[in-house]
Design a protein. Structure first.
Ligand SMILES: Cc1cc2nc3c(=O)[nH]c(=O)nc-3n(C[C@H](O)[C@H](O)[C@H](O)COP(=O)(O)O)c2cc1C
Ligand code: SF4
Length: 661
């Protein structure tokens, strides 16, 4: 330890268990269970973060009851069969000195009948904010069932070797639904007075303590969103927490942001600010005398984390996505290698973006997340045949492949035709609030310095030149380019945008690279519903252009929905004066405006504009591949030159191919 991050480095003991530092890998549904049991994927995932130095890991929540099953990858809620496989995880993580806790959850009225096949349960039968269902006002015996569900789940945790459990009252979950007079309108002993509304958590704390004993950690998860004070204000949480704190069973409180009512605040994308749980953690710290307090939510970096603790806003910090993106964040920070941390870019694309669609989670910039068991963690084995590797193209695929090959002992030459790394990903980093992408590109360049990768700018590679590199492996990562035609998927009968010849038609790349100067009024034709179109529209709107987005989708940012950032991007677009024309195509571009046709009823309207930007699907740059194959040169094809896709798949290709060489 070189004296950096002194606050983070300080150990902390809870119920006789010592956290070796203040960095927590907080609870998140990794959704990796198979047949309801934690398997190899989970084992590899958590062990890698324990190896990477996390002081405490809060393992993915287990539903406490059949009505609380939320995902396909949830653990079995009522079956001792989970104990043995969890024991493998706790044993493996304990070997690295990590304190192990598991979250216990029930989402109450915001359930998911697709997975539970049960009515949602809640204190007062209010509507779900997750789907269009109503819920069942729980009868007294059902409340007892839920309390017992927590106790039995805690027992299983203890038998599986966990050091504690985290009781989940965050995000307007079942327990918070009981606390809040807004969602608890009962008139029996479970509603009305504060004592009655808190009875369920009081009973759970007491019963879990009785079941698991004095050495067992019991935490409490809370969250708060400033836009939902009607659930409860900060003083309300302070009052409840201080009562539980005085009772002496609650060992820590972890404070996140948002709820089912403002979901985008829970896992804040780059569209939102940082350190969102700190207002609440500060307020809770003011009232807690026995327990300790954790701050969560977009703390992201060790610099932020150390500052949070230094300022007295919390005793512990949870960094979830930061440790998904770099499982060794804690040890790198505390060993004086913070520059080596691959910083999460807050995109939510492969973590929440996969969980929200009920797949197991991974990471855009760290494809080993979830594949640790197959790939040996986020680490590398030396190549059996170290040799010379030529990588052509320094976009995300080429960068990752070059890095991995070099890590594995190859001598790597990375040729880039332009004067900078990143390709289209760098352009994405120029869109509003996306500069974390540029930080990632800087990280690659630092890694190349460390690894001795020979990065050659302004070096386009012709087929005839490849043999001259005398490479043992040739990897093509030549990317993709805009089609140049403006062809629309929903006008399949037209090979190109009708009226393309009238000019003033650009690709997002032209705008972001500033090779095109758009006029005051711009139409953005967005077929992808993702950042390529929406981010470019936002970039233009922020600069004062009057933007009209035309999309065949039912709403703008459809593909961003999976990341929970779509609402924020639409909000920002509307604030910047953008208009939306949905379920529409452009049937004619006139050079000074477009005829826009509704897909619903064929109605045609004219929108005046100086320029048109088409965010349609790119085409692969695969000429070099064809030329090299023609002369019998073996090649690996990665990233967009294999097929134009999201950056996540380019980085995946880069890692997977680098692992093979
Ligand atoms: C994929 C994913 C799933 C999550 N699931 C849960 C969950 O089951 N319970 C919970 O309390 N928080 C959950 N969270 C929220 C995190 O605990 C954390 O508050 C959030 O990611 C913001 O913190 P971060 O910026 O450090 O990632 C989840 C987060 C992610 C990324
Ligand atoms: S997918 Fe994006 S937000 Fe999620 S951990 Fe990876 S970089 Fe961070």
């Amino acid at each position: 330890m070189d004296g950096h991050f002194a606050h983070l480095a300080k150990p902390l003991t809870i119920r006789g268990k010592t956290l070796k530092n203040r960095i927590v890998f907080g609870a998140h549904t990794a959704n990796m269970a198979e047949n309801g049991l934690p398997g190899e994927r989970h084992l590899g995932y958590y062990t890698e973060r324990a190896r990477g130095g996390a002081g405490m890991i809060v393992v993915e929540p287990v539903p406490v009851h059949r009505t609380g099953v939320l995902t396909r990858g949830n653990f079995r809620h009522d079956d001792d069969a989970v104990i043995a496989p969890f024991r493998r995880i706790t044993d493996a993580c304990h070997e690295h000195g990590t304190v192990m806790v598991q979250q216990l959850y029930h989402v109450g009225q915001h359930g998911d009948s697709d997975l539970s096949f049960a009515p949602h349960w809640s204190p007062s039968g209010h509507a779900s904010y997750h789907d269009s269902d109503g819920s069942r006002a729980m009868r007294a015996h059902e409340i007892e069932e839920i309390i017992e569900g927590h106790v039995q789940a805690a027992r299983r945790c203890q038998e599986a070797g966990f050091d504690g459990v985290e009781i989940w009252a965050a995000y307007h979950s079942l327990l918070e639904q009981f606390w809040s007079p807004w969602s608890n309108t009962r008139e029996d002993e479970w509603g009305g007075s504060l004592e009655n509304r808190m009875r369920i958590t009081t009973r759970i704390f007491e019963a879990v303590r009785r079941q698991c004993g004095e050495d067992f950690i019991i935490g409490l998860a809370l969250s708060h969103g400033p836009s939902t004070p009607f659930i409860m204000d900060i003083e309300g949480y302070q009052e409840i927490v201080s009562i539980h704190d005085r009772a002496g069973h609650m060992d820590y409180v972890t404070c996140g942001s948002g709820s089912y009512l403002d979901f985008d605040q829970i896992i804040p994308a780059f569209t939102l600010g940082e350190k969102l749980g700190c207002t609440m953690s500060r307020a809770i710290k003011d009232v807690v005398k026995n327990g300790v307090v954790t701050a969560e939510s977009h703390i992201r970096t060790p610099e932020n984390a150390d500052a949070v603790i230094g300022a007295g806003d919390a005793d512990l910090v949870s960094i979830v996505r930061g440790q998904i993106a770099d499982p060794h964040l804690a040890s790198k920070a505390l060993d004086g290698r913070a520059d080596d941390i691959r910083g999460c870019i807050s995109c939510n694309q492969m973590c929440w973006g996969r969980r929200s669609r009920d797949y197991w989670i991974s990471c855009l910039i760290n494809p080993s997340a979830g594949r640790e068991f197959e790939w040996g963690g986020d680490r590398f084995t030396p190549s059996k045949n170290p040799g010379r590797v030529l990588v052509v193209g320094a976009g995300p695929a080429g960068l990752e492949c070059a890095r991995v090959a070099a890590e594995r002992g190859h001598q790597v030459i990375l040729c880039e035709a332009s004067g900078e790394t990143g390709g289209q990903f760098r352009l994405a980093g120029l869109q509003p609030r996306r500069a974390q992408i540029l930080d990632l590109l800087d990280w690659y360049e630092r890694q190349f310095m460390r690894l001795g990768v020979d990065l050659r700018y302004h070096t386009p590679v012709e087929a005839s030149e490849v043999a001259g590199f005398e490479a043992d492996h040739v990897v093509l990562a030549t990317g993709s380019l805009p089609a140049g035609t403006g062809k629309q998927r929903w006008l399949p009968q037209h090979e190109q945008l009708p009226g393309l010849e009238n000019g003033h038609v650009w690709a997002p790349e032209d705008i972001l690279r500033r090779t095109a100067q758009a006029g005051a009024r711009v139409i953005v034709l967005d077929e992808g519903g993702n950042w390529r179109g929406c981010g470019t529209a936002w970039y233009l709107a922020e600069r004062g252009h009057k933007v009209t987005i035309v999309t065949p989708d039912a709403y703008v940012g459809k593909e961003i929905t999976r990341t929970s950032a779509d609402f924020q991007v639409r909000k920002n677009l509307v604030k910047s004066g953008a208009d939306f024309l949905t379920e529409s195509v452009i049937t004619n571009w006139h050079g000074n405006g477009a005829t826009i046709t509704s897909l619903l009823d064929g109605t045609q309207t004219f929108t005046a504009a100086d320029d048109l930007v088409y965010a349609t699907t790119n085409v692969a740059c695969d000429e070099l591949e064809n030329e090299l194959r023609a002369v019998g040169q073996p090649v690996h094809i990665i990233g967009d030159c294999a097929a134009p896709r999201l950056a996540a798949y380019a980085i995946f290709d880069g890692r997977a191919t680098g692992n093979l060489l």
